[in-house]
Design a protein around this ligand. Structure first.
Ligand SMILES: Nc1ncnc2c1ncn2[C@@H]1O[C@H](COP(=O)(O)OP(=O)(O)OP(=O)(O)O)[C@@H](O)[C@H]1O
Length: 362
């Protein structure tokens, strides 16, 4: 059983701990991405899980086996956890095969485990090469093969793609995901790249202030963020101040109907509750004819290849981002009108009752 469980984890370096009661559970065989801003404690978490840094309070367990707890510390080499560091960290004087086989017994090497994992990561036949003869992406594949070779229950990856260019990163993400699935290992991927976390993982844990602010599927953290900070961190957003009343909220993008329980028809509608209304840029629709929605001026168009961002200024001076696919709907300087499609979210201000409401255009 390799379900990874972290309960009430407190760990750090100085008097103020970096991790402050962190809870996290990753089911067996799942790939979880740990997403958070620089310095929030992602690497510290991996180091504690790998047994390289002590915890002060809490518990780390793999299945029923406690690995770390006050008074318990299973040494790193006996945890059944493989680590892929940020930049491969291969032994430069050892061949690929020797790097991969480093942690294996002679029997395991004789059984062909090295060739097996090299094939798993797409490097069959590369055993005799030296690390210096490999590209950055290939070196990361070897690092993954080395981590997988002893059949660990858990693989930890610390920003394994950060030194690679965008095209290589995308290719490697797909291959690493497939290799991890095939190995059956539970995996934790540390990243500060939202696209990587959302695109690769089965589960995303958003770290903030030393705890997990939200743990959910990529869809959940993007479409149903636990709070405004998570919403703003995981993807782009268009936000306005709002004060729902009578089951609707007025925004510079028009009147949005507030449909969720807690605001509409609950008796609270008359009580003014200021907060933030949030829509994603892909929900903003542009109408070239200027008939549907609110008047806006296109201030810039950023073409990304697979899609484009259209920057707009509304009549009242608000700036709005819109994401569009396919043919560009407008050019810089065009007068258009904009509206919102689908549902939006309302987050009451911090000093207000904390009930998220879903708003949709009326
Ligand atoms: N060895 C250390 N001694 C003292 N403080 C440290 C040490 N290592 C990390 N820290 C501090 O602990 C905090 C968390 O660091 P950590 O490396 O875990 O963050 P991170 O989320 O992985 O950041 P990044 O995304 O930049 O890699 C930071 O404020 C960092 O300065």
């Amino acid at each position: 059983m390799s379900r990874l469980t972290v309960e009430g984890l407190v760990a750090g370096y100085g008097p103020q701990p970096v991790l402050r009661g962190l809870d996290l559970a990753v089911p067996q065989g799942a790939l979880a991405a740990v997403l958070g801003p620089s310095g929030c404690g992602k690497t510290t978490l991996l180091r504690v899980l790998a047994g390289l840094h002590p915890l002060r309070e809490g518990r780390v367990a793999l299945g029923d086996r406690v690995l770390s707890a006050p008074g318990v510390h299973v040494p790193p080499e006996r945890r059944g956890i493989g680590l892929v560091p940020q930049e491969g960290a291969l032994f430069p004087h050892l061949s690929v095969a020797a790097n991969v086989g480093f942690g294996l017994s002679r029997a395991q090497r004789r059984e062909g485990r090295v060739e097996e994992v090299l094939e798993l990561v797409g490097l069959a036949g590369y055993g005799k090469r030296m690390p210096a003869q490999l590209s950055g992406g290939q070196q990361q594949r070897v690092a993954l093969a080395r981590a997988l070779a002893p059949r660990p229950g858990v693989v930890l990856m610390d920003e394994p793609f950060s030194s690679l260019d965008a095209a290589l990163r995308a290719e490697l993400r797909t291959d690493v995901r497939a290799a991890l699935r095939a190995s059956g290992a539970t995996a934790l991927l540390v990243t500060h790249d939202q696209e990587e976390a959302l695109g690769m993982a089965d589960l995303v844990a958003v770290l903030r202030d030393g705890v997990v602010a939200q743990l959910g599927t990529p869809q959940q953290v993007y479409l149903e963020p636990a709070d405004l900070d998570v919403a703003l961190f995981v993807g782009e957003a268009v936000v306005f101040d709002g004060r729902p009343g009578h089951g609707a909220v007025d925004t510079p993008l028009g009147r949005l109907t507030v449909t969720a329980e807690g605001v509409a028809g609950s008796g609270e509608t008359e009580r003014s509750r200021r907060g933030t209304v949030l829509v994603r840029p892909e929900q903003v629709r542009i109408d070239r004819t200027g008939r549907e929605g609110v008047a806006a001026m296109v201030t810039d168009v950023l073409f990304h290849g697979h899609d484009a961002t259209v920057l707009l200024r509304l009549g009242d001076g608000h700036h709005v981002r819109c994401r569009v696919q396919g043919p560009l709907p407008a050019s810089r300087g065009d007068a258009v009108s904009v509206s919102v499609s689908g549902t939006a979210r309302f987050f009451p201000a911090a000093d207000q009752p904390v009930t998220n409401a879903i708003a949709s255009p009326s």
